[in-house]
Structures are given as structure tokens and as C-alpha cells.
Design a protein around this ligand. Sequence first.
Ligand SMILES: Cc1cc2nc3c(=O)[nH]c(=O)nc-3n(C[C@H](O)[C@H](O)[C@H](O)COP(=O)(O)OP(=O)(O)OC[C@H]3O[C@@H](n4cnc5c(N)ncnc54)[C@H](O)[C@@H]3O)c2cc1C
Length: 632
Amino acid sequence: NIWFAPMGSFLSTLKRAIVNRSKRILGVTLLLLGLYRYWTTRRWPKFANQYDYIVVGGGTSGIIVAARLSENPNVSVLLLEAGGEASDFRISVPFLGALLQRTTQYDWCIETVPQKYSSKGLKNQVSFWPRGKVLGGCSCLNNMAYVRGNRGDFDEWADKFGCTGWSFRDVLPFFKKAEGNTIPNLSPEFHSSDGPMTISINEDTNPCSIAFVKGCEEIGIPKTDINGSNQLGVSITPVNVEGGQRDHTDRCYLRAVRSRTNLTVLTYAHVTRVCIDGNKRANGVAFKLIPSEGMSLAQTAKLPEVVVKCSREVIVSAGSVHTPQILMLSGIGPRSHLEKSGIRCHSDLPMVGQNLQDHLFAVMSHNTNIPTLGTQSVVLLVKTVFQYLFGRRGPLQSNFVESMSFHTTDVRPDLRSRGVPDLQIHFAPLSIPGPVGMLETRNNVNAIDNSATFPYEKWVADGFSFLPTLLHPKSIGEITLKSGDPFEPPLVNPRYLEHPDDVRTLIEGFKLSEKIVASSAFDKIRGWRRPDHLNPHKESSDEYWEHTVRHHAVTVYHPVGTCSMGSDPEISVLTPDLKVRGISGLRVIDCSIMPTLTSGNTHAPAIMIGERGADLIVNGSPYKASDAKSKL
Ligand SMILES: Cc1cc2nc3c(=O)[nH]c(=O)nc-3n(C[C@H](O)[C@H](O)[C@H](O)COP(=O)(O)OP(=O)(O)OC[C@H]3O[C@@H](n4cnc5c(N)ncnc54)[C@H](O)[C@@H]3O)c2cc1C
């Protein structure tokens, strides 16, 4: 048939073309899937079965320890980190850091046990604690405020707790060793420009944050270098931001030395215990390599355990929550508690996990008529993105808490007499609707929904927040094991606000905030205060602020003290050279070593501790066993 023949050949050509194209598409798809699988499959570099030093936890302090120890090419160092690489852009862009909270990929997502005296505005009175689970640890998630603390904090460690080598004079060189200061006109007695971590001031500080500084000055609070000779006063916040990017410890300490042949870094390596031999010596570390995210306890239990031997020292730097957990899993801690979890006790140290101290803050927010970090203007948001993309400037390089002040109050005459503040006020040019301001978002999973009581029609996005902060809590908590499973989070009980003085300090903080916001510096930008419709008390009364504190105060993310150092074995876990009592070849180097909280944010102290601790290993310690005190 004259018509069907060409039609038939056309159809068969078409069929062949479709089959060929489909094959090609299938081939390309399979190739892409293969590449995706290759890129997303976790794999690990070759590692030896023995190292001179093993550092557990590649967080803020741990990275510094590994970087400093591996400066000696004759020693081998293994760094084990449970999280992955810090390559996510949300880590680099300062303003986006908060988005990492509650991502199980980067955050341990710790929750406290229900609190008796605090957190009443949160579901089940449970408070959420983000902790960094990534190379760089919390330095990748934090707000980058660079605050060293008060001279009196370190002198107290030395004088009261017998921590030889930790007085302010002793630790200042290690703060300076880490610091790459770029802020002009600071005293060289306290600052250095030679260290790896860049410290800067945000050049695009929001006018509200500047008003905070001016408002403080107006009511007699002086401007000061909060990391200099006198901490008491107000300042724009110094930050560890370099060229508009977060300068976390992975970026400024590890990346440049990662190629050292004597340094091995294993990510996704979850340490399960430190191995202790019959002579009570730490002789290795056991860990599991985690092939993928989101594994259940039943699945992680089936993963094979790897043991790597250690010839000199194991250093645990897993942070204030996980360091005590790892010690207890290794048989170091309160004997009866360990035995209840089926763990053989190698060193009976009742203080492991005890002495937990944390900073707390709550919020007072005002609306404002000028653009802030919470702006909803599309034009400004587009401008913000362009400003950052083409110059690393603008609101995206903000660390939120752009200014801050330090004060003594009548509640703590003991601290005032030593010039040590008991109150800090963080100031953020940001607010969102809701009686608890920004905290509601931060704790969005936990906050009790009170939106029904909030007049949203009055909402404007721009606002600013005062965050009075308790610096030296009298309420002391603890961390204990929930079980002997290393993948089960420990029980965290900070016992927030158990001591009434802690509430009183925060009430003083709100009253002072009210004075500052009433200053003329805020006249042109002060909108109405965000109301708390669930608060039954007369606004601004002590009862009103106590209600706010007990309902809405949350962690400032600064837990410390759970493996504290000291010269008295009855109240410390470590000797002042950071050696674990009763076990040789084992040290702890991170925020858990602090006997008491420092007067301010704890990142700079964690860095100093990393530097100081590494130096104790390399150069020895001024502490002698004969310095030990039997009782304080
Ligand atoms: C959201 C947030 C905001 C903060 N803001 C500020 C701020 O603005 N300024 C400031 O000074 N401080 C701030 N801090 C506090 C400060 O960042 C921390 O105190 C400090 O970084 C803690 O250092 P670290 O070395 O003790 O612990 P981390 O940095 O937490 O390091 C511990 C490391 O150990 C790893 N690890 C834990 N368990 C295991 C295991 N079993 N196996 C292997 N690895 C393990 C963790 O993944 C982590 O990388 C903030 C903290 C947070 C969470």
C-alpha cells in the first residue's frame, strides 16, 4: 500500500528515536543519581590503630587542642567529631546561624527535664538547649559575641578553688594568643592582633543598638572596652566575624592545618567511651562511624565499634553536656549512679555531671519606627541580600545581640565588692510579635501558644529587645545518665531559678532596662512595649517581672562546670592541670572545666581554655600535687 509503507517507516524511525532518547535520559539520570549517591555517601580517610593523642570532640576547644598539639610534627593526633563538616552557608552567614537550631544534622537538640521553678510558659516546662554537632561545635551555631568575662572570675578560680595557673594574669596571655583584634584604639595590654580568630565590630550596627549605648551613657553607665581593664559599662558587641563571615574555630584554627600528615580528622565519629586499662590508664577510645542521619537507637546499637589505641593522652572536649556523659560511660563518675546503669566504675568521682551552671535571660520588646533586623519590607530585604552578596555588609552580617552592658546590683553585694557584675543586658535590634518576643520563635516547638491573646492587628515587624541576663546563678543543676546507651541523650536538669536571688537579679535587670529605654536616646524610635496578656500582675511591678522571668526566661546557651577543676578532690573532677582524678593519661579541655561561670558569654573562655589546656600538655603545668587543698 502506497500510503502505509512510508508511514510505517516513519513510525519505526520515531520509535527508534524515542527509545534512543529514553535510553540517553535514563543513562544521564542514573549517572546523576550515582554521582549524588557518591557525594552524599559518608566516607572516612584511612586511620591508624594508634595515635599519641586522641581528642574527643572537634568543637570550640577541641579543635584548638588538636591544632596546637599537631604543631609538633613528631607526634600523631586523632580528632574525633560526631558531626560533619562546617560547610553549610548558614554557618558562614552570621544572621542565618539561628536557622541551624533544631536541625538534627548540626544540633544535638538537647531538652532539659521538666523544670519546677522556671519555664512555665513552655510546654511541660521543658527548656530547649541547642548544642553544636559539627566541626567547630557551638562556635558554628552561636551568636559570635566575644566576651572574656571579668578579671575577678579567674582570680576566684585561682584563689577560692585552688586552680594554680588560672588567675586572670595567668589566662590573659592565652586570650591574647587566640585574638586577632581589628578594633582600633584598644589597649595592647589586653589585646593582640596576631591570633587566628578575628575580632571585629559590625560596621553596620543598627541605630537602635547605638541608641542603647547612648541611653546607657545618659543614665551614667560608661562606655567601656568590656574585654579591657574595666568590664562594667556598655559597648557595641565585639564579634568573631571576619569579612562578614563567622570566624568559627574550624575556619580559623583547623582548615589551614588540616593537611598536616600527623593530624587525622574523623567526622561522623561518635565516641562511645574512653578505654581504661587495668592500671587505670586511658589507653584508647571506642567510637562508631555513623553512615547516615536519623538512625534509631536500635540501629546505632548494631553499628560496629572501632577502638583506636592511644600512647600518650586522651583529651575529652565534648562540651559541658557530653563530656560528663562520656566520662560516666567510661566508668568515671559517681559509683552508685554508674552501677545503676550497668557500668563498671574505674574512678569514683561524685562531682562528674554535678555543678551545672547556666546563664538565663528573658525579654522586654518595644516596637520601633525604623528598620531593624526583623524588617518585613521587601525592598529592604532585597537590598539586604545584595548588600551581603556584593560586599559582605548589611544586616546579614549581624550577630543579633549588637550591644551589651554589664552591671552590679544590690542583690549580690558579695560580687559588687569585687567589681564582678551579676547582671548583663543583651540588646538586639529585633523583635517579633508575641508576649515573649523573640524567645517564642526560638522555642517554637515548646512555647505554649498564646497567640489568641495577642493583638496581631497592632503588630509591626520592627522592634528592639532588652534581654536582662543572670550572670552568676545560685541555682545549681546536674547532668546524669538516662541509660548506658551512648546514643541516648543524658538527663539535663539545670534547676533554673530554684534560688530566689536569681529571680531578684533578673527583676533588677528589667527595672534597669526600663530606665534605659526611657532615656532621650530612644525618644525618636521608642514604640509601645509588647504586652504580655497572660501576665495577671500590674505592669512593671516586681510581681509582673517575676511572672515574666518564671514563665519566659530561657538558656543563654552557656552551660559549664560539669567536670570542674580544683585543688579539692571532694568538689572537683579535675586537678588544675585538667587531669581526671584517679585515671592517668586522661584530661578534659572544654567549658565543663570551669568551677564557676564567667561574667559573660562563654565562647571566648572556651577558646582560652583550648589554648591554655594545649599549653599545659605541651609545656607542663605550674600546678603541683602538693598544692592540693583538702577542703575549701
Ligand atoms: C545557639 C548558641 C549561641 C551562643 N552564643 C554565644 C555568643 O554569642 N557568645 C559566646 O561567647 N558564647 C555563645 N554561646 C556559647 C559558646 O558557643 C559555647 O559555650 C562554647 O562554644 C562551648 O565550647 P566547648 O568546646 O565547651 O563545646 P562545643 O563547642 O559544644 O564542642 C563540643 C564538641 O564535641 C562534639 N561531641 C559531643 N559528643 C561527642 C561524642 N560522643 N563523640 C564525638 N564528638 C562529640 C560535639 O559535636 C561538638 O562539636 C552560644 C552557644 C549556642 C549553642
